[in-house]
Design a protein around this ligand. Structure first.
Ligand code: SAH
Ligand code: SF4
Ligand code: F3S
Length: 460
């Protein structure tokens, strides 16, 4: 801890796993810590507080936390001041067990208790290490507020912000741990959300991404749904792009589709709509609440309203009882829909879920073999689809320097295509980029020559 600045109580470092909700929770944790006087650590080695914001969606993600803790235990031996905290979904799921498996952990905080991080750290420091351990396993689901959206940190681009509108999930998909870790749905009043968006817009944020595990289940006590929220947000001065994730196919209503179409091009022409399987039999066993035909009809209904709209999805292969024929139905669904982004996973059994009771005769190696086949197949589809962007000019919201190549900028198009490019630019700009190269996963190019000429005459 540095003695220079009396208001500085220490430095922090946060590791984040999991979904965008977790990424945003880390922004909120950072916001709370900074309000308490903490500053970001220059490196993990000299941080006073290290937080692991964890994910338990699959077994691997969950186990990674314990291997990370083992590594940090060694670091703690060399930095005796350091406090180690576990936050997020593993914290919620494992609770006190974390202290049993890793007694050197100082703090365990579930996702809905992140507001207690500041006082918890202060009291541990005052009373000696381990004096207070916070595990919030109780959900105050009817009364939860979302005060921390206001003290978030905005990412590097400063032009894009996440806004939580709904927490938790009321579905009961038979493979999924999220309802256990995040609790039942709670909704934020639309007036609060809009107030926050206005504040962000005044801070030059141009892209808003609404978040929720089932974001399109949003409804507030006044009867507003995501449809009304999109319409009202699109009318706010300065907001150029609106995204929302993750949507549940069963809750993609006609009314919501109409609102999306009416708010073009501000509502981005890309939707992440997890299908999980192309087999209606498997979808029923998963309790997804729709079948293959209904899913395909929703995609069609959106494409007919918003021409050029792109789609992404999540797939689970090797769900208990999935036959080769079921799997092949997922492959034909990929062919039919022509997704532009697919996140695919081998089924992973999770504690307390209904799928554990189903017979599962496909060993892990068989699941991974299907996963590989699916990924290879989708790679071919994406390569062909991405190649159609070659030679086009696209508008990119610049997020920052590319992590792989510091000489390039990186950002996204309205259709959520990642674009890496060269040329004079800066984070937060909306830039026109000519596409000169494509891969199955991203586009590459350069700032449009006419824009560069214009800038040389009138530098901005
Ligand atoms: N709320 C979102 C999904 C959130 S979890 C929805 O309903 O679509 C993100 C993804 O992880 C899921 O879409 C699913 O594809 C995957 N997933 C969830 N549980 C899993 C499990 N037990 N094994 C493998 N993948 C899983
Ligand atoms: Fe999990 Fe299903 Fe809820 Fe998504 S909708 S978070 S997959 S239970
Ligand atoms: Fe993981 Fe929790 Fe998100 S389990 S996917 S971090 S809601």
């Amino acid at each position: 801890m540095s003695a220079g600045d009396p208001s500085r109580v220490g430095s922090y470092h946060i590791h984040t796993w999991g979904c965008q909700m977790n990424v945003h929770d880390s922004e909120k944790l950072a916001g709370v810590l900074e309000r308490e006087g903490y500053v970001p650590a220059t490196s993990e080695d000299d941080a006073d507080v290290i937080l692991l914001n964890t994910c338990s969606i699959r077994e691997k993600a969950s186990e990674k936390v314990f291997s990370e803790l083992g590594r940090l235990r060694r670091l703690k031996r060399t930095n005796s001041n350091m406090l180690l905290g576990v936050c997020g979904c593993v914290a919620q799921q494992e609770g006190e067990n974390i202290y049993k498996r890793a007694p050197y952990v100082d703090l365990v905080i579930g996702p809905r208790a992140i507001d207690s991080i500041g006082p918890a750290l202060a009291s541990i420091r005052d009373g000696g290490r381990g004096a207070l351990r916070v595990t919030d396993t109780e959900y105050r689901s009817d009364s939860i507020r979302f005060p921390f959206d206001e003290i978030r940190r905005i990412g590097e681009s400063r032009a894009k912000a996440f806004v939580t509108i709904i927490e938790g999930c009321n579905h009961r998909c038979t493979y999924c741990i999220v309802p256990t870790t995040r609790g039942r749905e709670v909704y934020r009043p639309m007036a609060d959300v809009l107030q926050e968006v206005r504040v962000l817009a005044r801070k030059s944020v141009v892209e808003i991404e609404f978040l929720g595990q089932t974001v399109n289940a949003y409804r507030d006590s006044e009867g507003n749904t995501l449809a009304e929220l999109l319409t009202a947000t699109a009318a706010i001065d300065g907001i150029r792009r609106i995204r929302f994730t993750t949507s549940h196919p069963a809750q993609m209503t006609e009314r919501l589709m109409d609102a999306m179409a009416a708010a073009q091009p501000t509502v981005c022409a890309y939707l992440h709509l997890p299908v999980q399987s192309g087999s209606s039999r498997v979808l029923r066993a998963m309790r997804r609440g729709y079948d293959r035909e209904t899913y395909l009809a929703k995609i069609e209904a959106l494409r007919s309203r918003i021409p050029g709209m792109l789609f992404g999805t999540d797939i689970i292969v090797g769900f208990p009882g999935e036959t080769e024929d079921d799997f092949l139905q997922t492959i034909t669904l990929l062919d039919e829909v022509q997704f532009d982004t697919v996140y695919s996973f081998a089924y992973s059994p999770r504690p307390g879920t209904r799928a554990l009771e189903l017979d599962d005769d496909l060993p892990p190696a068989g699941k991974h073999e299907r996963l590989q086949r699916l990924q290879e197949h989708q790679k071919g589809i994406q390569a062909a689809r991405m190649a159609t962007w070659l030679g086009r000019s696209v508008e990119v919201l610049v997020e920052g320097r590319s992590k792989r190549n510091e000489e390039r900028w990186t950002g996204r198009t309205v259709e959520s295509r990642v674009v890496n490019f060269v040329g004079d630019s800066a984070p937060g700009r909306l830039e026109w980029v000519e596409i000169t190269e494509t891969t199955p996963f991203s586009l590459a190019g350069r700032v449009r020559a006419s824009d560069l000429d214009r800038r040389r005459l009138a530098p901005i």
